[in-house]
Write a protein that binds this ligand. Structure first.
Ligand code: F6R
Length: 261
């Protein structure tokens, strides 16, 4: 696992956006897996700026959603489908046909989950998966004690996650759905490159356990330790509980630029 400590969220967004741009220059129809929430927004803004300036052509990119609330009416502004279309697909100038995601309003949720895993595989698999991390260590919506081999399925959000996400629902926890569809940890681990961005002190404990703690279902993000190409980008605040922070800094500073992330 590579840990990169950046000054702030903007620097993290720029670094990761450049990595996506490099991928798109090599593979113009790369399948980019996207997370929602606040953390990845600087990535999407930086990537959109690169597309606008002509630094990268993203017109062949394909976008895959990581997770989705269950039970929000179609078109709800906080459904993750709406968020990804608003924050990623449209700003990059892509057509909706370039986007795939699980159907959180399906009558048969089980079938929708299985269909999404099949669709990801049929699309050739995710080339680069962006991840955030919950304060409880979740990735996607794989809450603590999720199976490390799990596939896309329905999960129940913890109270903590519903509290954390109430800010997207007028601060009203009652509006935050209890259930979600999420790519499983096993599904996420099939992506060719995992890139997690965490910012702010509130993520410091979860980051430390993910990177330096034991592999444990209690901390779902620790599954990144199993992946051959996992990158964790953190700002100074989110890095504040890492024991080997100086080592990560020195390693990245000495890394040849051609290697990228
Ligand atoms: C959402 C997702 C979640 C978030 C996590 C952190 O698609 O994958 O794991 O990344 O809840 O959310 P923020 O970034 O809002 O703190």
């Amino acid at each position: 696992m590579e840990v990169v400590i950046v000054q702030d969220a903007t620097a993290g967004g720029e670094l990761i956006a450049e990595s996506i741009a490099t991928l798109l220059r090599r593979k113009r129809d790369a399948l980019i897996g996207v997370a929602t929430g606040s953390s990845p927004l600087p990535i999407y803004q930086a990537l959109t700026a690169k597309v606008a300036s002509g630094a990268v052509d993203a017109s062949g990119a394909r976008i895959a959603q990581l997770d989705e609330y269950v039970g929000l009416p179609a078109g709800h502004p906080e459904s993750y489908r709406s968020v990804v279309l608003r924050e990623v697909v449209r700003p990059l100038g892509l057509d909706e046909s370039a986007f795939m995601g699980p159907d959180g309003s399906a009558d048969d949720i089980l079938a929708a989950c299985e269909a999404y895993d099949r669709a990801l595989a049929a699309a050739g698999g995710v080339d680069l998966q962006l991840l955030g991390i919950g304060t409880d260590g979740h990735i996607g919506f794989n809450e603590p004690v999720s199976s490390l081999a799990s596939r896309t399925r329905i999960k129940t959000l913890t109270e903590q996650t519903r509290v954390d996400n109430a800010r997207f629902f007028e601060g009203d926890i009652e509006q935050v759905p209890h259930h979600v569809i999420t790519q499983g940890i096993g599904t996420i681990l099939e992506a060719r490159h995992l890139v997690l961005l965490a910012t702010g002190e509130g993520k410091a404990e979860a980051v430390a356990q993910t990177v330096e703690g034991p592999l444990a279902a209690l901390v779902p993000a620790s599954a990144l330790q199993l992946h051959p190409h996992a990158t964790v980008v953190v700002d100074e605040a989110a890095a504040s509980k890492l024991k080997l922070a100086d080592y990560y800094r020195a390693t990245f500073a000495a890394k040849p630029e051609w290697q990228g992330l």
